[in-house]
Design a protein around this ligand. Sequence first.
Ligand code: NAD
Length: 478
Amino acid sequence: MSISYEQPRLYIDGQWLLGDGRRVEPVIDPATGHTLAELPHASQADLDHALAAAARAFPTWRATAPLERGSLLRHAANLLRERADAIAIQTTLEQGKPVREAKLELLASADTFDWYAEEGRRTYGRIVPGRHIGHRISVLHEPVGVVAAFAPWNFPAVTPARKIAGALASGCTLILKPSEETPNTALALARALHDAGLPAGVLNIVFGVPSEVSEYLIASPVVAKISLTGSTAVGKLVAQQAARGLKRTTLELGGHAPVIVWADADVERAADLLVAGKYRNAGQICIAPTRFYVHESRYAAFVQAFVQRVNRLQVGNGLEERHNMGPLANPRRVAAMDRLLGDAARHGARLQSGGERIDGPGFFWQPTVLSDISESALLMNEEPFGPLALINPVATLDEAITRANRLPYGLAAYAFTQDSGIRMALSRGMETGMLGINTLNVSMPEAPFGGVKESGLGSECGMEGLQAYCNTKLVSEE
Ligand code: NAD
């Protein structure tokens, strides 16, 4: 298997574009700090071209039967599976996660295409009984139109896949701006769709300065809907811009997931799952388990079991099979770890493992465990988005729920307990978009993925994910 990095391009109106005096920016390998390639930025003319192409393609794509749209998505999903090994290497080079994780992400993206291919056949409307005989009330679901979508670098395959598949299955056309730091993974999705026969203009991929591209696309009268996965700060900015044109938004934003480990939990099994979940993608996951509230009777045992497993993690270049944690994706995360851990030390947190940058090239950070952390420490309030586990004891369920709910975030939350009364209390009491009980698996194409409070607006995946790309139309007939 070759490990050369492919030249990234723009994909507009069915063409792969490069050069022509466009501005470029380097794509960096986070494991080495070396430049992999120069990424072209879309000029204003390119953005206009993409908008015009998406607008032109919309009427035909909308009129294409859902069955046909679905079969194209399924064909692309199969191409992704065939190409998974090669694409995973591109992902690891540009993002850092171990190849095994990159491949699983790509296969999950193919599953997302498949699921939307099926669900696109079920944008059912309904007939409502009329007010009198001869009166018919129909409710129809129609594609919203041209979508502008923005995806981040932490899941460079799955986050674009959700937006692409949701838009395409419902009959919308799309301009996607993936992260400039991870262009080739999203381009590989576009390549699979292109090779499966996607008509020109239905999907367009652009890169540039994120704030400039998003402001330009969101302001365009061509764009009817915005979908963003990113930070809460950027989500608020994008929501303000969308509000100027009263455009529909789906926002999947930051999180700071609490984990309640209760007195009856199987501590060893919980530690197995939680260490694997915490350090996957070096902790750069919006639903990563982060604030652990452990019943005081199991606190010492849990900390010990957790730290034992963390000390066995192998950190290094994700291209090497033996490594199960790669580098942080960019130097901004290294600076954030430094700042948050310095502040935690000043707040008296106990360092149980890690805590330092790993010397050498690349952006490596030790898997880190802190315990007994004051709620006023920055990292108990700000999304760490890195390999940090924060473990504290709690005495009562009320205390655990209150502390879990105290932040403005509400994306994912987890609990480990067999007690049905406690499970019921958690299902009712946790302010969260997704709750995993004895599992960390809250992300699958068939179920809605989204947050409450400042973690977002709306859902991706599930039937909700398709509805997000549809308008509701009432037809009242005599
Ligand atoms: P950031 O806020 O600068 O950027 C986050 C993402 O949004 C990036 O992909 C970026 O390209 C994009 N972006 C930035 N400004 C934008 C704009 N005006 N319009 C459209 N897109 C824009 O932060 P970062 O340093 O890249 O990432 C760190 C923070 O981002 C983390 O702390 C985390 O909160 C958040 N994040 C969340 C997710 C998620 O899955 N929800 C993914 C990646 C990053």
